[in-house]
Design a protein around this ligand. Structure first.
Ligand SMILES: [Zn+2]
Length: 546
């Protein structure tokens, strides 16, 4: 009798603080957002209009207030995000010369060229010298420089993906884990700083962490960037990936051994290698315009300190309509990526709207253009609707597991912060163990919207579903992950399934609710750990927090 009474007391106390999340609602939201009617939710498409209408309607019904741009003194449901939209007109003419012969390259086959984002309206390159630049890394704090002062103006570089110690597993770049130097975004930025005309990244599945299909699908379509004052300072004219087999063959034709050069590139002594008598040519026009996409923003105003803000975020966009798969399906539905996070955002909003008003304000930020390079979050972080100095923390959700439940969870990358510690502690209370990112080599820390906030110093993490499933354990979890990455990630097959239970999400959202509630109903200001590269930026505004 006694133990039964104690048990029901405990449950009652738990129920008072932790709301339950409805798996059916989550499923319904994901099903709707990833239906063909939403056309894969590409920014600035009919699919965006439908998404904005649906999400803002759901947020309103959930009890949130609009938290976006001011219009006539009133908040709207959206924040306008101006973006540069660039698209290659027709089929690009691409080719290489090597060993005295000229070879035409097919867009999407040997090579995937992005539409120019440096402001070029046409690209006309004839016989640009090719030079192998190792991993394309210049990291003074690690005493590493793959360029060795070579004049690279007018040249097209070839680089490897990931960072120099990925394959050896030991070194100054985090071993297997990916540093920012391993990301393709970094490689293009550095190429622009080095004055290169173009950069070809050699695709290899393991260090890239995804297959060629993913590369092809995300690079041969319309490209976007935030509108920049000087785009050529971060973008070379030609930004492309090439297949490994193509690179190996090209090196051979120039009398070079790809694998031997790769080994050299894993050392500090590496020097750039010009590909003898090999050149690159390209000829295409670029259709360029500035378009407007939107972040969707719901909010609950804090009762005591409304100027202090906790943010939940998730991106709503996916790849839209693109190249057809083997079945002829052209709609990239993005059910897991990221209708799941958007559904989570709506349901967290509902839970908070039905709870007593929090002390601090809570913003539910559904950002655009994540798939185009974290652009919606980048824009918000550069033009925040609510000051970042008084933004307590950001809890991001991207591509959650629609099955589960799991016995553990993870975060994208392993940046240490008090916010991360709070998450781990709250999760433990809900029997959810923290497992460090099982795939740190994939560089997930730089691949989700929390990174845009981290760069500005705001403590932030991206929550990841666990891989140790209640049914089937780690083998089942890893098998499901592998199936997703191979067969559905960034492919038209990322579609809602009637078999999805959403049991894991329903459980995990309770934990994320608790973290947000702890932040919103306290006066704590979590910070990055002392050795974090994001701490200095946060410290700049320390005097604004009390
Ligand atoms: Zn995503």
């Amino acid at each position: 009798m006694l133990s039964l009474a104690a048990l029901s007391l405990t449950s009652a106390a738990y129920a008072a603080t932790a709301p339950t999340f409805d798996a059916k609602r989550l499923s319904e939201d994901v099903k709707t957002l990833s239906s063909d009617a939403f056309e894969g939710r590409g920014p600035a498409t009919e699919g965006e209009k439908k998404t904005i209408a649906y999400v803002s309607e759901q947020m309103k019904a959930a009890g949130l207030q609009p938290g976006g741009d001011l219009k006539d003194g009133k908040r709207t449901w959206t924040q306008a995000v101006p973006l540069l939209r660039a698209e290659i007109k027709g089929t690009p003419k691409l080719g290489v010369s090597a060993g005295g012969k000229t070879f035409a390259l097919t867009q999407g086959e040997e090579i995937a060229v992005r539409a120019a984002l440096d402001g070029s309206k046409s690209v006309d390159v004839k016989g640009a010298p090719l030079v192998f630049l190792g991993y394309g890394v210049k990291a003074p704090e690690r005493k590493w420089d793959d360029f060795k002062g070579m004049d690279l103006k007018g040249k097209v570089g070839i680089v490897l993906i990931n960072d120099p110690d990925f394959e050896t597993g030991q070194g100054d770049f985090g071993g297997k884990a990916m540093t920012y130097y391993g990301r393709w975004t970094y490689k293009y930025e550095e190429a622009a700083r080095q004055g290169l005309l173009g950069l070809l990244i050699v695709h290899e599945t393991e260090p890239a962490s995804y297959g060629w299909k993913t590369v092809k699908n995300s690079n041969t379509n319309v490209q976007f960037d935030v509108v920049r004052d000087k785009p050529s300072s971060v973008h070379p004219t030609i930004e492309a990936w090439v297949q490994r087999d193509f690179a190996v063959d090209l090196f051979k034709k120039s009398g070079l051994d790809f694998d031997a050069l790769k080994k050299e590139a894993q050392t500090r002594d590496f020097k750039p290698v010009v590909l003898k008598d090999a050149t690159f040519s390209a000829d295409y026009a670029v259709d360029e315009k500035v378009i407007t996409s939107y972040n969707i923003v719901g909010r609950i105003e804090g009762a005591k300190r409304p100027d202090e803000t906790v943010i939940y975020s998730a991106h709503w966009d996916h790849l839209g309509i693109g190249a057809p798969d083997a079945k002829g399906d052209k709609i990239y539905n993005g059910a897991v990526d990221n209708a799941t996070g958007t559904a989570g955002l709506i349901e967290l909003g509902r839970a908070f709207a039905h709870a007593p008003k929090p002390d601090r304000s809570i913003v539910f930020l559904n950002v655009t253009a994540e798939e185009k390079g974290l652009l919606g979050s980048e824009y918000y972080a550069s033009k925040p609707l609510y000051p970042l100095a008084k933004t307590v923390g950001v809890i991001n959700m991207d591509a959650l597991d629609p099955m589960g439940p799991a016995k553990n969870f993870t975060t994208s990358g392993s940046a240490k912060s008090d916010l991360q510690d709070l998450l781990v502690a709250d999760a433990q209370k809900a029997n959810l163990a923290y497992s460090p990112d099982p795939h740190p080599e994939a560089g997930h820390f730089f691949r989700s919207d929390h990174f845009s906030f981290a760069k500005q110093g705001v403590p932030a993490f991206s929550f990841g579903s666990g891989n140790d499933l209640v049914t089937g354990g780690i083998p089942a979890g890893e098998a499901a992950h592998k199936d997703y990455v191979t067969n559905r990630y960034h492919q038209p097959a990322d579609e809602w399934q009637p078999t999805w239970t959403f049991a894991g999400m329903a459980h995990d959202l309770g934990v994320l609710y608790q973290v947000g509630s702890d932040l919103a109903n306290s006066d704590r200001w979590p910070d990055w750990s002392k050795d974090s590269e994001f701490r200095a930026k946060r410290d700049e505004t320390a005097s604004e927090r009390h």
